[in-house]
Design a protein around this ligand. Structure first.
Ligand SMILES: O=C(O)c1ccc(O)c(O)c1
Length: 330
């Protein structure tokens, strides 16, 4: 049978693994799959559009969708979701004990636009009244010097965002005390090494994140899947084929989390953790599709627009191929 050859790059997570190991096919396609870390996947997607189907940052996707220069259309398979209270790393010798203490401080970001930072700035403003303009933002690689935005951004002049020197990293500057905090998706290595005077703003971040979910019902979305628009124009069946494959792969992963006979993840009480998550968040605690995620995406769109990353408020439907929001029923 004549199949469409496509390239695919997503992270190798439990919920995507079946696409790499052959348990799940993308109907109608021969797939060349390359696992990548998010920083590399997004750099290559938004600068060079290298892969036909790729993991994409929700923030960069929303920004380019608002501008109309997006080469990818999304499907509502949310490959990465992370609560973000954990992602605020601070100097512990500067009187920063609560979010409000961040006003006037200097905070490092790997990119202003990364999705984790949109969520963190949104939460700081919504819940604690700390506005982006209250902070001095410094941008650069967390571990490697010389990082910039993967796609161009244009911020309001009230935002003080400056590039750090070419020979410095955010982790190094946090360790030496040149900046007061770092926010982002990845923990800086100085924190992981346990250097003095660096810690999390929310020491008990798990309790903070559970409380946030109880109040908001939001499990923040980080990444989704994009398909090259030009390929969809030629093959309108492709978004649903790709979406069905990601749905199947996630279903297989979640099923394995219930397997007490032999643990799918190398963690003694994995099944217990799974049950605890379901108790707090419901059976389908990691939903794909727009309907179950509309409130999450609308909140993110409000933050994104408020932070000047999108010049107009994007409607959730604009992010996705229409056919992937309207699956057939029997
Ligand atoms: O761009 C980043 O720094 C980055 C890293 C890891 C992630 O999971 C992510 O969403 C973004």
């Amino acid at each position: 049978m004549n199949k469409l050859n496509i390239s695919l790059s997503v992270g190798n997570y439990d919920r995507t693994q079946a696409l790499f190991d052959g348990r799940v096919d993308i109907e109608g396609c021969n797939v060349r799959a390359v696992p990548l870390e998010p920083e590399e996947a997004f750099h290559r997607a938004f600068r060079y559009e290298e892969f036909d189907v790729t993991e994409i940052s929700m923030s960069s996707h929303m920004m380019t969708t608002a501008r109309g220069d997006n080469q990818y259309i999304g499907i509502p398979a949310f490959l990465s979701r992370v609560f973000r209270q954990s992602g605020i790393y601070v100097r512990t010798d500067r009187g920063i004990d609560k979010p409000e203490d961040l006003r006037g401080k200097t905070i490092g970001v790997p990119e202003y636009q990364i999705t984790a930072n949109v969520w963190i700035r949104g939460i700081l403003e919504d819940e604690y009244g700390v506005k982006p303009a209250d902070i001095k933002w410094r941008r650069g690689g967390v571990e490697e010097p010389g990082r910039g935005e993967r796609a161009p951004i244009e911020l309001d002049p009230s935002i003080d965002l400056q590039q750090i020197p070419d020979d410095k990293t955010l982790s190094g500057m946090l360790e030496s005390g040149e900046i007061d905090a770092v926010i982002g998706a990845r923990a800086p290595s100085c924190f992981l090494r346990g250097v003095p005077n660096v810690g999390r703003l929310f020491g008990d971040y798990i309790e903070a994140e559970k409380d946030y979910f109880r109040r908001t019902r939001i499990f923040p979305i980080m990444h989704m899947v994009g398909i090259r628009k030009s390929l969809v124009a030629e093959n309108p069946w492709l978004p649903v084929s790709v979406y069905k494959a990601f749905l199947k792969a996630k279903m297989l992963a979640v099923k394995e989390l219930d397997e007490i006979c032999h643990l799918a993840v190398t963690l003694p009480w994995m099944v217990h953790h799974h049950n605890e998550a379901k108790k707090l968040m419901g059976e389908d605690y990691w939903p794909y599709g727009l309907d179950a995620n509309r409130h999450v995406i609308e909140t993110f769109a409000r933050y994104h627009y408020g932070q000047g990353l999108s010049k107009r408020k994007v409607a959730p439907e604009e992010l996705f191929a229409a056919s992937s929001l309207d699956l057939s029923k029997i």
